[in-house]
Design a protein. Structure first.
Length: 305
């Protein structure tokens, strides 16, 4: 065999052994392995109709409650106008109780004036018993008429107002639906995926876009049962990712969640032999300087109990 070829093969074997040894050493320093993930929120449509506009693109940073689009509201608006006209019609039917009662009260005042005049004439023996009885009866009739008319008009008014109440409720419901036609970002974050576009027809519950706050990310890692004693909520941890210069970049974080159930190690984390082991998932909350990306593999070192 060519001596140069032997030397070259030997160099490769030595280099490979060094790399494997480094990886093995690095892996031994880690307490757990995992991947970077974010709390992703799927924003769905709360209205139905044509999307008038959806002014976002993947990668856009949105503010909390930022309006980013609108679903057509013309149909809802026309329904609201129709209901408002119905309310106006009902109000037009409401009786003018004050005016109608005032007419009767004026009639009563004239009758009472005539009653006093006839009473005076009766005392002067210038009026008959029949005249006095007639005027007294008229006054009583008008008083009863005022009472009956007032009661009747009040009942009619209550009935008409009862018709207005459900119309007002429907108008408020339409206002609510119109407000939900605004497409709003529920959180501060970055648009990950856009599913809909202006001009498309959407329906209630249909996905519009996915958003996540990338300023703080999570590392989901897995520990064995005998490692649990090293992990506690709020505990500090170092998370390492590989950098471009073949070094490991470190991020300091805190344990924000520990699963209460064991599971088999996910395939993406360990070798086939290691995947038969039961492990517990943990999440470490990390500040992101822009280096962390969703899906990145990471190694975790727990710093305290």
């Amino acid at each position: 065999m060519n001596i140069k070829r032997i030397i070259k093969m030997f160099s490769v074997i030595v280099a490979g052994g060094f790399v494997l040894g480094a990886c093995s050493s690095s892996d031994k320093e880690a307490d757990a392995f995992g991947n970077i993930e974010a709390v992703e929120i799927l924003v769905s449509s709360e209205g139905s109709g044509q999307i008038e506009n959806l002014n976002i693109e993947e990668g856009d940073r949105l503010k909390l409650n930022q309006v980013v689009g609108l679903i057509d509201t013309m149909g809802l608006y026309l329904q609201k106008v129709q209901l408002q006209k119905s309310v106006e019609v009902v109000y037009a039917k409401l009786p003018d109780i004050v005016s109608e009662i005032n007419v009767l009260k004026e009639k009563l005042a004239n009758a009472e004036l005539e009653q006093r005049r006839i009473s005076s004439l009766f005392k002067a023996e210038a009026a008959t018993d029949k005249q006095l009885d007639d005027i007294n009866s008229l006054v009583q009739v008008i008083k009863k008429q005022i009472k009956a008319t007032t009661s009747s008009l009040n009942i009619k008014q209550k009935g008409l107002l009862a018709e207005i109440a459900p119309l007002d409720a429907k108008i408020k419901f339409l206002d609510y639906r119109i407000s939900k036609s605004n497409i709003i970002s529920p959180v501060k974050g970055t648009v990950l995926t856009k599913y809909a576009y202006s001009g498309e027809i959407t329906a209630h519950g249909k996905a519009l876009f996915k958003i996540a706050n990338l300023d703080s990310l999570l590392c989901r890692a897995y520990v064995s049962e005998n490692q649990l004693e090293k992990v506690n909520l709020g505990g500090k941890a170092s998370v390492f990712i590989d950098s471009d210069d073949d070094t490991r970049k470190e991020f300091k974080g805190k344990v924000s969640w520990i699963s209460d159930k064991a599971e088999f190690t996910p395939k993406v984390i360990q070798t086939k032999e290691q995947r038969i082991n039961l492990v517990y998932a943990v999440k470490i909350l990390l500040p992101n300087d822009g280096s962390l990306k969703i899906g990145m593999p990471a190694r975790v070192k727990f710093l305290d109990k």
